[in-house]
Design a binder for this molecule. Structure first.
Ligand code: ZN
Length: 410
């Protein structure tokens, strides 16, 4: 955990504060920035958007594939360890596996395989201090823990977030497989899965872009689009849902359930056209959905997190996180986090790791968030802009309180 709560301006923030604001010495004596960092380090976090961790042993090449959002192999002679995330793994995960900080990648990977996938996951999940995972189960690969496995290894709660496109793809060929019956089959399947879920999720950003027509499609439009989709699926054997009419239908049908609706925005793998993932493109949809009073959770947002902060301020039902970006910006995470706290009301910002696969990502998502939060809020306290008590209160809100309220977890 962070032992250096000081800001990038250099010098101890406590000393700076006393120097600039001598009258504050007494006020700050019992709650120094170090105390803030320690309290943030001890917070029991709710990870409101995350995926399962891998419990299987993975080789060096596979590990490198999983610590980048690229789906391409690194160019010859380069390693994914030479990145903010790679450095963070060597700095912070190595000691959890019993190595010195900054262990060489080869030593790190050798230690990983000698411990085995289950033990690596157990250690990293436990030390993350995440008490509740809201898990998007829509992205599958062999070796991922299921919800019960995540609970057991992490010693935490796990709830499911249901991915709308996955439900639709499963419902496509179920029953009589007719185009006219698709909407009904999807509705029935979604009702079943939503019943036990904490939230819903859409990847319309991946499958089309956020510049979709914000109006709900008519029943006739849905049936027509389902017919085209199912015919194409029959011909190709591929059931990937990319039709914008159907993707819109999923969103509007999802809102009927009243569960928080997570939307991928911003940064992701090269399957997204990042230019079309700016959450500001959602303005029309957000305005039309507003009377439903369903929380819309803008995920990741980077590099559009400042626009997302504007949306969170403008619209009562809009929330955001900068998960994923925290891990991938590593030592720069404090800058991203600070920008996410410019316009957004603090009750609208949530912690998430968006980890998927290597449990290093679950641990670092939490650790780097804690370090960035302690650093950013600690600086504002040191500069006399915030009180320590407010800094701690806001850290608790973002770390878990907001998620507990919005998802009704308690
Ligand atoms: Zn995700």
């Amino acid at each position: 955990m962070s032992t250096r709560p000081g800001g990038p301006a250099g010098g101890g923030p406590g000393a700076g504060a006393v120097g600039r604001f001598p009258g504050m010495l007494g006020l700050m004596a019992d709650l120094t920035p170090t105390v803030l960092a320690e309290r943030v380090a001890a917070l029991r976090l709710v990870d409101h958007h995350v995926h399962p961790a891998l419990q299987t042993d993975i080789g060096a090449a596979e590990f490198e594939d999983l610590i980048t959002e690229s789906d391409r192999a690194a160019p010859a002679g380069l390693t994914q360890f030479d990145s903010q995330l790679g450095l963070a793994i060597r700095r912070w995960c190595a000691p959890v596996l019993g190595l010195e900080p900054f262990a060489e990648p080869a030593d790190y990977l050798a230690r990983r395989s000698s411990l085995g996938g289950v033990e690596v996951a157990r250690r990293l999940l436990r030390v993350s201090g995440i008490s509740h995972f809201l898990i998007d189960t829509g992205l599958v690969r062999p070796g991922l823990l299921d919800l019960a496995g995540m609970q057991d290894l992490a010693g935490a709660r796990a709830s499911e977030v249901v991915r709308l496109e996955s439900v639709a793809e499963q419902a496509a060929w179920s029953g009589d497989g007719s185009a006219a019956g698709f909407a009904g089959r999807f509705a029935a399947a979604l009702s079943g899965q939503a019943a036990g879920a904490a939230g819903l999720k859409s990847i319309v950003a991946y499958r089309y872009g956020l510049d979709f027509d914000p109006e709900p499609p008519t029943a006739a439009e849905v049936a027509g689009a389902a017919g085209r989709w199912l015919r194409q699926a029959d011909q190709t054997g591929q059931i990937r849902l990319e039709d914008p009419v159907l993707l819109r239908h999923l969103l509007w049908a999802g809102l009927e359930h009243g569960l928080p609706l997570q939307l991928h925005t911003g940064f992701g793998d090269p399957d997204v056209d990042l230019r079309r993932c700016d959450p500001l493109l959602l303005r029309g949809f957000l305005r039309r959905a507003e009377p439903r009073q369903v929380p819309i959770m803008l995920l990741h947002c980077y590099p559009y997190h400042r626009g997302a902060g504007y949306l969170a301020q403008a619209y009562p039902h809009v929330y955001l996180d900068v998960g994923l970006a925290i891990n991938y910006t590593g030592a720069r995470a404090a800058a991203v986090l600070a920008e996410s706290l410019e316009l957004a009301p603090f009750g609208k910002v949530l912690f998430s790791s968006d980890a998927w696969g290597p449990p290093e990502l679950h641990y670092l998502g939490a650790l780097l968030w804690r370090r960035a939060t302690a650093r950013v809020l600690g600086d504002w306290v040191a500069e006399g802009e915030w009180s320590q008590a407010d800094a701690l209160r806001v850290a608790e809100m973002i770390g878990g309180g907001n998620a507990r309220r919005v998802y009704r977890l308690d």
